[in-house]
Design a protein around this ligand. Structure first.
Ligand code: IDP
Ligand code: MG
Length: 138
């Protein structure tokens, strides 16, 4: 079993896709270990995306991710990291495969509906960024 951290980004919340995406999570047999609704401060977004701090899109991304409420969740499944990334599709929704979450619901390359951890190791770090141990039900 593997864990991953996902975020339903401000565009997904604003466009009323929480239900669609959570429904997909259930259909695809992920176990929800923890889920919460929150609004990140700019400083929190900067910390969360610190790995991208040298990238040209970093500043705008942090501004965007703190522009409205999000849903964060810790999920569990066999191969959860790759499974979720396959389900969400390419970073740019214009490049994302048919039926993927980004193809269905994203607005743009920046406002691309969802986040997913890129490795099991980073998933652990990202899960503990948002959740205390007692907030995860395994
Ligand atoms: P990922 O979310 O598919 O793993 P990353 O390369 O890790 O993509 O980038 C993190 C986030 O930064 C993306 O999900 C997207 O919101 C934003 N982003 C990435 N590349 C660009 C870009 O070229 N322009 C604007 N935003 C970008
Ligand atoms: Mg990434």
């Amino acid at each position: 079993m593997e864990k991953t951290l996902i975020i339903l980004k401000p565009d997904a919340v604003k466009n009323k896709h929480i239900g669609h995406i959570v429904s997909r999570i259930e259909q695809e047999n992920f176990t929800i270990l923890g889920i919460k609704y929150l609004w990140m401060k700019r400083s929190e977004a900067k910390k969360f995306y610190a790995v991208h701090k040298e990238r040209p899109f970093y500043k705008d991304l942090c501004k965007y991710m703190s522009s409205g409420p999000v849903v964060v969740a810790a999920l569990k499944a066999p191969g959860a990291v790759a499974k979720w990334r396959e389900l969400i599709g390419a970073t740019d929704p214009a490049q994302a495969a048919e039926g993927t979450i980004r193809k269905l619901y994203a607005e743009s390359k920046e406002a691309n509906a969802v986040h997913g951890s890129d490795s099991a190791e980073n998933a652990e770090t990202e899960i503990h960024f948002f959740f205390k141990k007692k907030e995860l039900i395994d």
